[in-house]
Write a protein that binds this ligand. Structure first.
Ligand code: SF4
Ligand code: SF4
Length: 336
C-alpha cells in the first residue's frame, strides 16, 4: 500500500508509533566524532521523526539493539543464579537495506549455528523494521556487488523523503490503518534503492589454500594498528567475550556479562595454557576478510559482508576493505 504524506502528518505518525514501540534510529551526536568538531551518527532511542537522520549513512549499525556491547546475562551468589531482566517492549528499528540483510547473518550466527542463543532470541522476537530508502549510494558502499541493495520485504513500512512529501510503502495492516488516518492511499510506492555503487568488488567463487599464505596480507601487518574499529561498526561482526564482575571479597557473588570482542585486537585468540594465535595484524586481516566473503558462505550459503562500507569509512589507517576483496579475487584467480 502506498502513501505520500506531508512531513507534519508523518511526524504525528511517528509520535503515535513511539507510544506503541521503542523507536531505534540513527541520530546525530554533535561533537562525538573522531575530532572535537566532528559528529557521529549512531543509533539511539527517539520519540520524534525530527531526531532521525535520513540523509546520511550511520557510522554505526543497529546491532546493539540485539547484541549490546555490554550485557549482563545473569547474577550469581554461592547457591543461586538469577537471569538479568531486559527491556521487553516491542522495538521498531529504522534501517537501510544492507542492515536489514545483516540481520539474516546475525540470525545465522546466533540461532542457526548450534543451539539457539536465548539472550539473542528474546530480543530478536521484539524486533520490527522501518526500511529507510537509499536514493543515492553513499561513500564506500558496495551493496550492489554484495546483492544487498534491495531490502527483504519484512518491514512494517518504508520511508523516502521526496519533494512531494514522505513516500511510504506500508506492508503492515495495523500501521496502514494509522497511515489512512493521516492521508490518502496512492499508487504503490517502491522504496528507493541504488542500482550502482562507485565501489565495486569481485567475489571469488573459491579461495584456494594458497591465498592464505599469499604475501598480500603482509601489507596489513604494517599498516593496521589493530584498533578494532572496523569490527565495532560492522553490522555483522558478532563476536563476544565473557566477563565476571565480582561483588564480594570471596568471589562468590557477582554478575556475568558478555561484552563485544574484536578479532583484530590483541588477546582475541588467547587460550588456556598461554597459547595465542594470529599474532600478526596481516593474519588477523586474512581471518576477518575470508570469514566475511568466503568461510561464512561455505557454512550458510551467503556472504557475511553486506557491503555497507562502514569499515572503510572508519579505519584510521585508510585501509580499504573493498580493495582487499579485489586483491583476494586476483590472488584466487592466480592460485586456481
Ligand atoms: S579499523 Fe583499520 S587499523 Fe583498525 S583494526 Fe580495522 S583495519 Fe586495522
Ligand atoms: S565487513 Fe565492512 S563492508 Fe562488510 S558488512 Fe562489515 S562493515 Fe560493512
Amino acid at each position: 500500500m502506498g502513501f505520500v504524506i506531508p512531513r507534519a502528518a508523518f511526524n504525528q505518525i511517528i509520535e503515535t508509533l513511539a507510544r506503541r514501540y521503542r523507536l531505534y534510529a540513527p541520530v546525530r551526536k554533535k561533537g562525538a566524532g573522531r575530532f572535537l568538531d566532528t559528529d557521529v551518527i549512531m543509533y539511539d532511542e527517539v520519540t520524534t521523526a525530527d531526531e532521525i537522520v535520513f540523509d546520511a549513512k550511520s557510522d554505526y549499525a543497529f546491532k546493539e539493539a540485539l547484541t549490546p556491547l555490554s550485557e549482563v546475562l545473569f547474577y550469581f551468589t554461592e547457591a543461586t543464579t538469577q537471569e538479568a531482566s531486559f527491556d521487553n517492549r516491542p522495538l521498531l528499528i529504522f534501517a537501510r537495506s544492507c542492515d536489514m540483510h545483516a540481520l539474516k547473518r546475525l540470525d545465522q550466527i546466533f540461532l542457526e549455528n548450534g543451539p539457539e542463543d536465548v539472550f539473542y532470541q528474546r530480543r530478536r522476537e521484539l524486533v520490527n523494521f522501518v526500511l529507510m530508502g537509499c536514493a543515492n549510494s553513499f561513500d564506500n558502499c558496495f551493496c550492489v556487488s554484495m546483492g544487498t541493495n534491495i531490502a527483504p520485504d519484512d518491514y512494517l513500512f518504508s520511508v523516502d523523503l521526496t519533494a512531494e512529501g514522505v513516500a511510504c510503502n506500508v506492508q503492515d495492516e495495523a500501521v496502514a490503518a494509522l497511515f489512512k488516518a493521516y492521508g490518502e492511499e496512492t499508487a504503490d510506492v517502491v522504496p528507493a534503492h541504488v542500482t550502482e555503487n562507485k565501489v565495486k568488488v569481485n567475489l571469488p567463487e573459491q579461495v584456494p589454500f594458497s591465498v592464505r599464505t599469499d604475501p598480500l596480507w603482509d601489507e596489513y601487518t604494517v599498516r593496521c594498528i589493530n584498533c578494532g574499529r572496523c569490527n565495532f561498526v560492522c553490522p555483522t561482526c558478532s563476536c563476544w567475550s565473557m566477563q565476571d564482575i565480582i561483588y564480594t571479597d570471596n568471589g562468590n557473588v557477582g554478575e556475568r556479562r558478555r561484552v563485544g570482542a574484536s578479532c583484530m585486537v590483541d588477546g582475541f585468540t588467547d587460550v588456556a595454557g598461554g597459547g595465542s594465535y594470529r599474532k600478526k595484524n596481516g593474519e588477523r586481516m586474512r581471518y576477518k576478510v575470508l570469514h566475511k566473503i568466503y568461510d561464512h558462505r561455505q557454512r550458510f550459503g551467503i556472504n557475511m559482508c553486506v557491503g555497507c562500507g562502514r569499515c572503510d569509512d572508519v579505519c584510521p589507517e585508510y585501509i580499504s576493505y573493498s580493495n582487499i576483496i579485489n586483491k583476494v579475487y586476483d590472488a584466487s584467480k592466480e592460485g586456481e
